[in-house]
Design a protein around this ligand. Structure first.
Ligand code: GCB
Length: 585
């Protein structure tokens, strides 16, 4: 799905700002038609932002169910004769949208965009009322799953269930005949680069693609909806250097350009060969973090200031990559990664699909996969989440690996039955990138059945924290033994999580869990083990920064495994990582 953009044939209007907002604890709004009028007893809310932490009100923070958003917007009068589209970059976890009295869109899934052609419901120069109801309930059929009992939400993942309009809302125009999709597949052969392209259109016209270099000089062109652009003396996109070409897709009628769409394109290749992960044919070692979208006050709302600051801290610490744990992050984040040469493992919102883990952590008694819990319908929702992830992110050079789930149950026939089709679906949708899922410690080597389905082994390990707490020697032996066993599979291993909680300011001369020193020593121990095992090609610390979670006795104002605090101050471990990663370069 193409992002809105300004250009010679298109315009966009960002609808961010203060909207009217009302909770609907009784769930009466849909029946009572709240979209028909200004919302009853509305307060002001910021968009984009999670609504949870904006008010000093537990009823808002812990709300379960519908929350209503509303704004008025004047459709630019210059858009007469154009197609007008209303787009939500994200509404968590599902939404229905009305323009004035007309329902125009409904969408399931909290982290991918959706849009509606509203041309026939608006008039350029006139004001319309936009109303959105956002439902934050997680069920067995949602991705991620959850259970609502007596109005209380439980879920099986370790981050707070923030909700609301987390990303920008747009009204945009396109010509009636327009470009509606673009796919690029980059290739490299020596000093020659190629960009295979496919341009989807709605409405007639001729199609062509023109490729410009970063200086604006045309380097290739091709007529037709599909083709290959060839670039001699190519300047590849590579980790640490986000060189981007500029692809212009044009829909024409004779000499007239009916529609034109620009796409930044990085020319790079990705390949798994044996136990190596190759980018542009060269072995790549992932250094960095599992990272949440999580900031004070805004929660999971996207914020450009924090984006830039986090990017600066990634550079400061020498990280070259991160995983979008545990859901697709805002598109602005991937654009930034493209431009800065940051490598991304892009994860679907499938987390918490592990009732064996939930039984230990939460004391719940469910079967993971069953007709009463995660079932066929859940898998279809999961498949749709994968489709939308790839449709959105397929053209980002920064994305080198799809992660289709975090720590699902992975040691049963039911898990294999559930996941096999999802791996096949992902590969079918994108044959150019490897696919993986992150494994959880309860299904170590020898028990796990899902890593065999992936191209890269992704392991989340907490030896020295949940296992062997305070015993880094025992932890080191156990970690070494397990990684050696995995190395025998002949695939590259990315340790996609390893980390220890540390309360900033808790210092200790002996290795005491929760101290900053323990966190640093814990990481140093992992580094020693990684350096002894060639198949380990990636180390992603959990986590970049402290983040909010649901209430739990093992969580102190959230998860404290951040190398930075929630407001992005470094803990002692940050300096250790900086000295290691800047050397690994
Ligand atoms: C994990 C999860 C992550 C948690 C982390 C922890 O394995 O993937 O979401 O936050 O452990 O800190 O327990």
């Amino acid at each position: 799905m193409l992002r809105p953009q300004d250009g010679p044939t298109r315009e966009r209007k960002k609808l961010d700002g203060l909207w009217r907002f009302a909770l609907d604890p009784g769930g009466t709004g849909r029946g009572d038609g709240w979209w028909r009028e200004p919302l009853p007893d509305a307060r002001e809310v910021a968009v984009p932002a999670s609504y949870n932490d904006l008010f000093a009100d537990a009823a808002v923070r812990d709300h379960v169910g519908d929350a209503w958003y509303q704004t008025d917007v004047v459709v630019p009068r210059g858009w007469a004769g154009q197609r007008v589209v209303l787009r939500f970059d994200a509404a968590t976890h599902r939404a229905v949208v009305w323009v004035d009295d007309v329902e125009v869109a409904a969408h399931e899934g909290g982290y991918t965009p959706f849009e509606a052609d509203v041309t026939t419901h608006v008039r350029p120069g006139r004001q319309v009322r936009i109303t959105v109801v956002v439902d934050n309930r997680l069920t067995w059929q949602s991705i991620p799953p959850g259970v609502v009992t007596d109005g209380r939400q439980t879920y099986f993942h370790d981050f707070f269930n923030y909700a609301g309009l987390h990303r920008s809302v747009w009204l945009y125009s396109t010509p009636l005949a327009h470009i509606d999709d673009l796919t690029v597949v980059p290739g490299l052969e020596g000093t020659t680069g190629t960009v295979g392209y496919r341009i989807g259109t709605s409405g007639g016209g001729e199609v062509r693609a023109v490729l410009l270099d970063a200086g604006g000089t045309e380097v290739a062109r091709s007529d037709g909806a599909e083709g290959v652009l060839t670039v001699e003396e190519v300047h590849p996109w590579r980790p640490g250097e986000g060189y981007l070409y500029d692809l212009r897709a044009e829909l024409t009628d004779g000499n007239e350009v009916i529609d034109s769409y620009r796409l930044p394109v990085g020319i790079r290749t990705v390949e798994v060969r044996g136990a190596q992960f190759l980018i542009n044919g060269e072995p790549f070692r992932f250094t960095g973090f599992g990272k949440h979208e999580d900031i004070p006050v805004r929660g999971k709302g996207h914020d450009d200031a924090w984006l830039v600051h986090d990017g600066a801290l990634m550079e400061w610490i020498g990280a070259n990559s991160f995983r979008t744990a545990h859901y697709p992050h805002a598109e602005e984040v991937l654009d930034y990664a493209d431009r800065h040469g940051i490598v991304v493992i892009d994860e679907a919102a499938a987390v918490g699909q592990n009732m064996k883990l939930a039984a230990v952590v939460m004391g719940t008694q469910y079967e993971t996969f069953s007709p009463e819990t995660i079932d066929e319908r859940s898998r279809e929702a999961h498949a749709q989440a994968v489709r939308e992830l790839i449709a959105r992110d397929k053209n980002h050079p920064s994305v080198v690996l799809w992660s289709i789930a975090n720590e699902p149950e992975s040691d049963s026939d039911a898990a294999v039955d559930y996941f096999e089709p999802l791996f096949a679906l992902t590969r079918g949708l994108d044959p150019t990138r490897p696919v993986a899922s992150a494994n959880m410690m309860f299904a170590p080597h020898g028990r796990d059945r899902l890593q065999a389905l992936g191209d890269v082994v992704m392991l989340n390990r907490y030896y020295g924290w949940y296992a062997f707490p305070g015993d880094l020697d025992g932890a080191e032996r156990a970690l070494q033994a397990e990684l050696e066993a995995w190395a025998g599979e002949g695939k590259p291993i990315v340790v996609s999580e390893f980390g220890a909680d540390a309360m900033p300011g808790v210092r200790s001369v002996t290795p005491q869990p929760w101290s900053e020193e323990y966190q640093a020593e814990f990481l140093a121990m992992y580094h020693r083990v990684f350096d002894r095992i060639d198949a380990v090609v990636g180390e992603h610390v959990w986590s970049f920064a402290d983040f909010a979670t649901s209430a739990a006795i093992g969580r102190v104002d959230g998860n404290r495994k951040g190398v930075f605090t929630r407001d992005r101050r470094p803990k002692a471990a940050a300096f250790l990582l900086r000295s290691r990663w800047r050397k690994l370069g």
